[in-house]
Design a binder for this molecule. Structure first.
Ligand code: GLU
Length: 473
């Protein structure tokens, strides 16, 4: 039975690398009819924030993939402690009474990496118990076997065989001096208790895994399969970080710019994984069917962005394609939050007119703003003058348009016929007729098709805007 978990710590906003880890766990679970566990790693009380919790849940809910079980580590601390003390009782952990201040001194003074404090590692059981009973604070440390002929080993499903000598692993803490579990302890105790079969997480945790292997073995638990994911890096090659790269690393930035959840999921899937058959645009079911550890690359995945353009062109392309092909009712629903106070019925009429013209949902505010405004923002009246025409021509066009549009039926074909006939009458080209009207009603030349636009705007607004344009000439 496949059971995977995504285990974010609520100490920052939801990073796109974390979102990718979530998605790969989800795909692996769904591909194998397994269970997706969401576990909030909230034992670090000093660093947890509510804003971060909200950012994680907001971001994950927006991805719209869901999860099957939810746990909070902070509610499971007793279990973490029990597993730690079970390891202690087996003689595989010991109390280290070195005061925190002296501890950093010893660690700094020694040559090479600090491994353990011999006086503490060798403290007799009686002495250790006596000092604990007397209330002296201590850190509970794992007693890493010091037999250098036995490396710690495991096989990573992505990176292959891994091995590390004990001489490179310090006696790491299981419980802090305040009694709270460390990340290593809490994570392994929960992975064991929750029967996690596959641990899929960022490559930055690969070296932690040696410690985790030691904990699993000490606790008498079977090792899960580990699969580490290549890192996401910036175009200049450094690891993506909020501090360095700003909002492009936050999931909510994509949401707020108007990426569709699935386009974003699709994009993240292609960072470090590929279906090996050149497919890029894939539906959720296609991703689920194709997902496997074999498709995960070893090399880090580059997210392309610049100071001018924060979004990877591939993400934007996938989004534009999805917008172009989605049902118009669904598009209208997705566009609504991007136009304050837009009326849903109106949006349903506007959506088909901009479906091929926008790449991000937020583009609706520039591509279709004039549909939702009572009054147009100021525009340059020179725009009203048709190509190869002059101000008197613009005036004649708009006056004639006002007459025609006062009576004609506001339907595509009727508008088309009436305005073409008017152009013929005025002895001008249809384009010369249409441009002043388009600018008068949209405030610019670059706009959706005219007759559809007029139909949506309606007679009253159209005439009001033509009058306003006439006043400019
Ligand atoms: N809470 C850890 C993190 O956010 C989880 C790592 C893991 O998956 O074990 O990095």
């Amino acid at each position: 039975m496949v059971r995977v978990r995504f285990a974010p710590s609520p100490t920052g906003f939801l990073h796109i690398g974390s979102a990718r880890t979530f998605i790969f766990n989800w795909l692996y679970a769904r591909h194998n009819n397994g269970t997706m566990v969401l576990r909030i790693d909230d034992t670090d009380v000093d660093r947890n924030t509510q804003a971060s919790r909200d950012s994680i849940f907001d971001g994950l809910k927006w991805l719209d993939l869901g999860w099957d079980e939810l746990y909070h580590q902070s509610e499971r601390i007793e279990l973490h402690r029990q597993v730690a003390w079970k390891i202690f009782e087996k003689g595989l952990a010991y109390r280290d009474f070195t005061p925190a201040s002296a501890e950093s001194d010893t660690k700094e003074r020694s040559d090479g990496p600090w491994l353990f404090n011999p006086a503490m590692r060798e403290l007799s059981a009686e002495e250790s118990q006596r000092r604990a009973d007397a209330g002296e604070p201590f850190v509970l440390r794992f007693r890493v076997p010091r037999d250098s002929s036995h490396p710690v080993e495991f096989r990573d499903a992505v990176y292959g065989a891994q091995s590390k000598l004990p001489a490179d692993i310090e006696d790491f803490a299981l419980l802090r001096s305040n009694g709270l579990p460390t990340y290593h302890m809490a994570s392994c105790a929960d992975d064991i208790d929750l029967n996690i079969s596959h641990i899929i997480r960022g490559q930055d945790h690969l070296t932690n895994t040696f410690k985790h292997v030691l904990i699993f073995e000490a606790a008498g638990a079977a090792l899960p399969t580990f699969a580490h994911l290549p890192l996401l890096i910036a175009p200049e090659g450094s690891k993506l970080s909020k501090r360095k790269h700003g909002p492009v690393v936050s999931v909510t930035t994509y949401r707020d710019a108007g990426f569709l959840p699935h386009a974003f999921v699709n994009f993240l899937c292609l960072l470090g994984w590929s279906p090996k058959d050149n497919r890029e645009q894939m539906a959720r079911q296609e991703l689920t069917d194709a997902f496997s550890f074999e498709g995960i690359n070893h090399s880090n995945a580059v997210v392309n962005f610049t100071d001018q353009d924060p979004f990877d062109p591939k993400a934007v392309w996938l989004n534009a394609e999805l917008i172009r092909t989605m049902p118009v009712e669904e598009l209208a629903k997705q566009l609504l939050p991007f136009v304050p106070n837009a009326e849903p019925g109106k949006m349903l009429q506007v959506a088909p007119l901009i479906q091929e013209r926008i790449k991000l949902l937020k583009d609706v505010s520039t591509a279709a703003d004039f549909f939702f405004l009572d009054e147009l923002p100021p525009y340059d009246s020179a725009e009203l003058i048709p190509q190869k025409g002059d101000a008197p021509m613009a005036l004649a066009v708009l006056e004639r348009a006002r007459d025609v549009l006062s009576t004609v039926e506001f339907k595509h074909d009727a508008l088309d016929q009436a305005l073409r006939a008017a152009a013929q009458d005025l002895k001008i080209k249809p384009g010369q007729m249409f441009q002043p009207i388009r600018v008068a009603v949209c405030g610019r030349k670059n706009a959706p098709p005219l007759f559809e636009t007029l139909e949506v705007l309606g007679r009253e607004t159209t005439l009001k805007r033509i009058n306003a344009a006439l006043a400019l000439l």
